[in-house]
Every structure is written in C-alpha cells, then in structure tokens.
Design a protein around this ligand. Sequence first.
Ligand SMILES: O=C(O)C1=C[C@@H](OP(=O)(O)O)[C@@H](O)[C@H](O)C1
Ligand SMILES: C=C(OP(=O)(O)O)C(=O)O
Length: 417
Amino acid sequence: MTESRVIAPLSRPLDAVVRPPGSKSITNRALLCAALAPGESLLTGALFADDTRAMMEAVAALGASVSIDPLSRTASVTGGGSPAEGAAVDARQSGTTSRFILPAAALFGRRTIVDGTPQLRARPFGPVLDALRQVGAKVEELGEPGFLPAAVSGPMHGGPVHVSGHISSQFLSGLLMAGPLMRDGLRVSLTSELVSVPYVEMTKAVMAAFGATVEDLSVHPGSYTPRTYDIEPDASAASYFLGAAAIAGGRVTVSGLGTASLQGDVRFADVLERMGATVTRTPNSLTVSSSGALRGVDVDMADISDTAQTLAAVAVFAGSPTRVRGIGFIRGKETDRIAAVVTELRRAGIDAVEDEDGFTIHPGLPRPTAFDTYEDHRMAMSLSLLGLRAPGIEVLDPGCVAKTYPGFFADLESLRS
Ligand SMILES: O=C(O)C1=C[C@@H](OP(=O)(O)O)[C@@H](O)[C@H](O)C1
Ligand SMILES: C=C(OP(=O)(O)O)C(=O)O
C-alpha cells in the first residue's frame, strides 16, 4: 500500500520564519572540491539528504575520508586520496552526484563504475561520456549507450573539449570541477545553448573558493586547497515556503538566503513579485507577503526550472492564466515534469495544458485529489501546497521528498504554529 500524506487547509494567514536545510547543489560541489583538495576541509550548513549522502559515499569511493555530524550539519572531508581497484559508485537518484563524479573518477588511473537507480539509468549521460573521451579518458558504456552504468578511468590530458548545454548544465559543471587536475586544464566550448545557467556560475564560485582558477569556461591546471566552507540554505526548497505565502496569504520569511545567494533559484521570489506578491529582500533573507490575490504570469524559467512545479501550484490560485516557457529539458529530470504536473493538476479538475517547452495553467479550485508523485520529490513538495488552500488534498508516496528534503513535511507543518 502506498503511504500518503493529507495536507489540511490553513485556518488563518501565514506569519512564519523558516530556514530550509543546506543547498543540495552547493553541498555536492563542496564535497567534491574538498575531496580533490589534499588535506582536511570542514563543510558547515551541509545538507543531509539522499542526494548528498550519495555524494558523500561517492567521494569516499574515490579515496576521500568523510566524517559527518548530521545534527550540527557538518561534514569533515580529508581529500587527496585515490580510488581502490574496482571502485563502484551508487549515485542513487542523484543527477548531480552522477554527472559530477564521472569526470572526477576519470582523473585516476583505476577503473571506477558509476551506476544508480532505474530512474537515474533512464536519464541522459551521453554528453559527459563523450566529453570525457575527448579529453583522454577511457569510457565503457556498460548498459545502453549514453546511459548508466558506465566505467571510466584516466588520466586525462584535458585541453579543448566540446559539450552540449541544452539537456543539462550538470555535464558542464562536472567537467569544470575536474578541470584543475587535468594535465592541460580545460577549455570548454558549448555546442548548444546552455540551460540552468546560474548553476554553472555556482560551480565556478565554489571552485574558486577552493582555490581553482576559472575564467569564463577555461580552467587553469593546478590544484584545490582545503578550507572551512559554509553552505547556505537551499533556494529550491525555499520556493515551497515562499509559494505557500503567495497561495495562503500572509507572510513568510526565509532566513539565510537573500540577495547575496549563490543560487539562481532565489529569483523565484521575483516571479511571485510579478504575480502581485510583495517581496522584501536583504542580503540574508527573503520575505514574501501576499493578500492571496495574484495575477497569472508569462515567464521563461530555463534558469530556475527546479521551481517550475512550485509555480504551477501557485498559478492554480491566480486570477488569470500562467504560461511557463523555456523548460522543455525538464522532461528528462526525475520524471517528465511537464507531463507529470499537467496530468496531476488535470486530475484535480484544473485546466492545465502541456506545451512543448513548458505548460499553461488556467486557475481554478482543485477538487479533493490524491496526487501521484512519480518518485519525484518536487512533485510531492509542490502539489502539497495546494492543500494549504483547497480541502481534501493528499500526496502519495510522501517519503520521496527524502531525495533533497527529508524534513519537508515537518517544516511545512511548522508554518502553522
Ligand atoms: O548543478 C546543479 O546542482 C543542478 C542543476 C540543475 O540541473 P540541470 O542542469 O540538469 O537543469 C538542477 O535542476 C538540479 O537540481 C541541480
Ligand atoms: C533535478 C533535480 O536533481 P538532480 O538532477 O540533481 O537529480 C532536482 O533536485 O530537482
């Protein structure tokens, strides 16, 4: 029997402050850079969730020593090691772990096998495998060509490399992070338009913080330096609470995230502002207040696509339709997110329409519905927001949020107190 979670409507407007857990994306970059830096690094504010535990185990397989204290949200990483013969990485469901660890594993002369869940095996890997071959790695596709499992070994000479940008930015980020340890460094040319651009800026910022030199898409040969590194809260996770304020009315402040953030997804607040919410920003906080009266918006979310499903939930309660564009590539995430969100909203009686590059939501009152979540944490977290305003909303397989946010439902409930 599938477990489910019922979300009770709020009885009064929100007035809450919440601090989401550490950023998944920054945690997984910092873990990798620390693992490639000879010596001990201390990561504070780290995320402890399925995706980051996958990365902790992955860097350990490459020879790093990782000791964790989830209660204090710290991870200590001693880097500079190398993988044992026959090393194997289980990236679980994690796109970042798998796409970042492949180039790192190919720095070493020993063969490492990278695999994941059936869901991850269905996601594309061709661009990174192809790029690794261009810079001298040996790559074996052990299943379908262009998919996991794959085995890689190095060393890599580096130098010029061509990689596509339109499927996922993670291929580029993974290559860049291995770049300093390639003999000639790395000079990347993109063969197609890059999606999720802010994540590449984040990659360069974390690399620079660990002592690497990156200019545009060129990485100098060199090394990483260990350090203490503080990780800010997760901006994609924050979108659910900011979205809650827009949907339910009242005010929610997300602390630890503001104009100084490294994460593009803080710009979800800008979209809510365009819909009529009031946004107050400081370097370290974002506050959304709303009367609950919103207008629809026409928005390109190619830079912030992890928040597209959150917006779909908010759009249900706007006074006019919302069109989201530029996100055709999210059909290749944990599930086809365009099809999934449209299918589920239609089951709730909402007139939602699938477009090739996004979706259109016509507002309405969702009827009582038990939502399928497609093993996608963001389906579960987004659709649960509907229950804050509409009665009878239930989310199936709520445990899938553990991929990035095991405490999500507890934090959502804390908004009520
Ligand atoms: O680099 C990253 O940390 C991420 C990049 C994005 O993926 P794509 O580049 O595949 O869009 C995003 O959806 C994912 O959650 C995290
Ligand atoms: C797409 C996501 O994750 P990943 O690609 O890292 O698996 C996500 O967290 O929404």
